[in-house]
Design a protein around this ligand. Structure first.
Ligand code: C2O
Length: 518
C-alpha cells in the first residue's frame, strides 16, 4: 500500500455551525474535522500540532477501530498509550489501515472531542454487496453550546437533579448542521436562528451507500429516511449479512453502513432524521433534520414527508436504549465462539466520592486519568507496577478473554474496546446467567456495543495484540468520570519485542515521563 500523509493543526476558534457562536476546538479550522481516506493496507501518517491556547490543553488523537497491531503507541490515548501532546508541541502517528469500512478519528484527551476535535476515517476495501454511489460519511451527534468542561462538571455533580447530572444537549447535528431557535439561547449569546440544514441528493434508480456514524458526546440516535428503506451492510468495521431496516440505532461512536435505493417519487423531497432517544443518556431530545432530494429536481421544497411508523415507534420506546437484536446482526465472515481461557466479571455502578462528585466504578474502582507516565511505557519495564487508580487488568499470556459487564445502575453505556473487534456473546436485562450465548457459531462482532440500563454485555476477544487497550463507555462524560479500564495484553511479548534486549525497538516517541505544562 501507499502512505497517506496528513497534517493536523489543533486550535481554538469561535464557530457557529448551528447559528450559536461558541468557543470550539477544531482541526485545521474545520468543523467537522478533515476526512482521512485510505485504501485497505495503506499506511496513514498524521502529524498533529497542538496549538490549543487560552487556556492551553493537552491532546492526543485516537483512530477509532484501527487495531494498531504492532503499533500500540499510536493508539492516541493520553495516559495509556502516550503522554498528552503538550501545548506547543507535535506528535506524528503512523499506522496501517488494517481494517476497512467506516469510522472516525477523535481526540482522546478528557472530553475534548466534543468541542470539535473529530472527523471521518474512511478505509476503502472489498465491496460485499453491490451499490452504485458512495454518498460518503454522514456524521450524527448531539451538540452542546457550553464548553465541555462545564458540561463535564455538571455530569459529575452529585445532585439528585437528573437534568443536571444527565446534561442537556442543546442541539443535534447532521454533518455539522441543524437549525436552532435562538430564543432559547441565553441573553448575551451571539446567535442567528435557522442556520440551515445539510442537503443530500440521490440519483433516481441508483443504490447509494451511506456511512452513518455517531460522533456525539452521549446521545443514542435513531436514524431514518422518510419514504425509504435501508439495507444494513456493516456495523463498525465489520461487514454483516445484509438485512433490511426502517431505522438505525447508533450509540455514541457506533457506525452503520447502509444501502438505500432511490426508488421513491423523484419530484418530492424527504426528511432525513436523526432522533435522540430520551433518557438513554441525555435529558433533552432535539431532533436533527437534513433534506433529501433527487437529481433532476430543481424545485426543492420543504419536505412534507412523514416519519416511517417503525422509526416513530422506536423513538417513543425510551427504555429501549440498545442495539438491534444480536440474532439479527450476523458477521459476513463467520467466526465461532471459543472456550474462554479467562473470564473477567465487572459490576458497574455510580457512586458519590469523598469530594462530593459522582464517579463511575467498575468493581469498586474508578479510573483516574494519569498524565505523568503512560501505562504502555510502564508495562515495558522489567519491574513494572500499576497504582489501583489506573484500573489495569493484566491478562498476561491468556489468549481468549471474556469480559462480563453487569450494570446495576439506570444508565445505558456504549462500550468500546480499543485494539480489537470483539465478539458480542450476550446482551440483555439483569445479570448474565453465565451460559447464554447468541449465535455461538457466529456471534456479532464490532468495536462498540450498547449495554442496556440495568443490563449485561458479554464480550470476547483473542488477546493477540500486545499493547495497553482501553475498554470504556464512549459517553464522553462517563469515560471522564472513570468508566474505563485498561487492558494489558501480551506483556511478556511487549517487553521482549520492544523494551530491552538486542532487538528492542520501542520508538523514541514513547516518553517515560510526561511534560507538565500547567
Ligand atoms: Cu472512540 Cu476510546 O474511543
Amino acid at each position: 500500500g501507499v502512505t497517506r500523509y496528513y497534517d493536523f493543526v489543533i486550535s481554538r476558534q469561535f464557530l457557529s455551525p448551528d447559528g450559536y457562536k461558541k468557543n470550539s476546538i477544531v482541526v485545521n479550522g474545520q468543523f467537522p474535522g478533515p476526512a482521512i481516506e485510505a485504501n485497505w493496507g495503506d499506511w496513514i501518517v498524521v502529524r498533529v500540532h497542538n496549538n490549543i491556547t487560552g487556556p492551553a490543553e493537552g491532546t492526543g488523537i485516537h483512530w477509532h477501530g484501527i487495531t494498531q497491531k504492532d503499533s500500540p503507541w499510536y493508539d492516541g490515548v493520553p495516559g495509556i498509550s502516550q503522554c498528552p501532546i503538550a501545548p506547543g508541541s507535535s506528535f506524528t502517528y503512523r499506522f496501517q489501515a488494517d481494517v476497512y469500512g467506516t469510522s472516525w478519528w477523535h481526540s482522546h484527551f478528557s472530553a475534548q472531542y466534543t468541542a470539535g476535535v473529530f472527523g471521518p476515517l474512511i478505509i476503502y476495501g472489498p465491496k460485499h454487496e453491490p451499490y452504485d454511489i458512495d454518498v460518503g460519511p454522514i456524521l450524527l451527534g448531539d451538540y452542546y453550546h457550553r464548553e465541555y468542561f462545564d458540561v463535564l462538571e455538571d455530569a459529575a455533580a452529585a445532585t439528585e437533579d437528573f437534568n443536571v447530572y444527565v446534561p442537556w444537549s442543546d442541539n443535534n447535528l447532521i454533518n455539522g448542521k441543524n437549525n436552532y431557535n435562538c430564543s432559547m439561547a441565553p441573553e448575551n449569546a451571539t446567535c442567528v436562528s435557522n442556520a440551515g440544514l445539510a442537503q443530500f441528493r440521490f440519483t433516481p434508480g441508483k443504490t447509494h451507500r451511506l456511512r452513518l456514524m455517531n460522533i456525539g458526546a452521549a446521545a443514542l440516535l435513531h436514524f431514518s429516511i422518510d419514504g425509504h428503506r435501508m439495507k444494513v451492510i456493516a456495523h463498525d468495521f465489520e461487514p454483516v449479512v445484509p438485512y433490511e431496516s426502517d431505522f438505525i440505532t447508533l450509540g455514541a461512536a457506533q457506525r452503520t453502513d447502509v444501502l438505500v435505493t432511490a426508488d421513491a417519487n423523484p419530484k418530492e423531497t424527504y426528511w432525513i432524521r436523526s432522533t435522540i432517544t430520551l433518557n438513554c443518556s441525555v435529558t433533552h431530545n432535539p431532533n436533527a433534520f437534513a433534506v433529501l432530494s433527487y437529481e433532476g429536481n430543481n424545485d426543492i421544497q420543504v419536505p412534507q414527508s412523514q416519519i416511517n411508523p417503525a422509526a416513530a415507534a422506536a423513538d417513543n420506546k425510551t427504555f429501549l436504549c440498545r442495539n438491534d437484536e444480536l440474532s439479527k446482526t450476523v458477521p459476513f465472515f463467520p467466526k465461532p465462539v471459543k472456550e474462554a481461557d479467562t473470564t473477567l466479571t465487572i459490576e458497574v455502578d455510580l457512586l458519590t466520592n469523598g469530594t462530593g462528585h459522582h464517579v463511575w466504578i467498575m468493581n469498586n474502582r474508578t479510573q483516574r486519568a494519569n498524565y505523568h507516565r503512560p501505562l504502555l511505557f510502564e508495562a515495558t519495564q522489567e519491574n513494572f507496577g500499576f497504582p489501583d487508580e489506573w484500573n489495569v487488568y493484566d491478562f498476561g499470556t491468556n489468549k481468549t478473554v471474556r469480559i462480563v459487564l453487569n450494570t446495576i445502575y439506570q444508565s445505558a453505556h456504549p462500550m468500546h474496546l480499543h485494539g480489537h473487534n470483539f465478539q458480542v456473546l450476550a446482551e440483555g436485562p439483569g445479570k448474565w446467567d453465565g451460559k447464554t450465548i447468541i449465535n455461538p457459531h457466529n456471534p456479532t462482532r464490532r468495536d462498540t456495543h450498547m449495554q442496556r440500563r440495568y443490563g449485561h454485555l458479554v464480550i470476547q476477544f483473542e488477546a493477540d495484540n500486545p499493547g495497553a487497550w482501553s475498554y470504556h463507555c464512549h459517553i464522553a462524560w462517563h469515560a471522564s468520570m472513570g468508566l474505563n479500564i485498561a487492558i494489558l495484553e501480551g506483556g511478556d511479548e511487549l517487553r521482549r519485542k520492544y523494551a530491552y534486549g538486542p532487538h528492542a525497538r520501542i520508538p523514541h516517541i514513547m516518553q517515560e515521563t510526561c511534560v507538565d505544562w500547567e
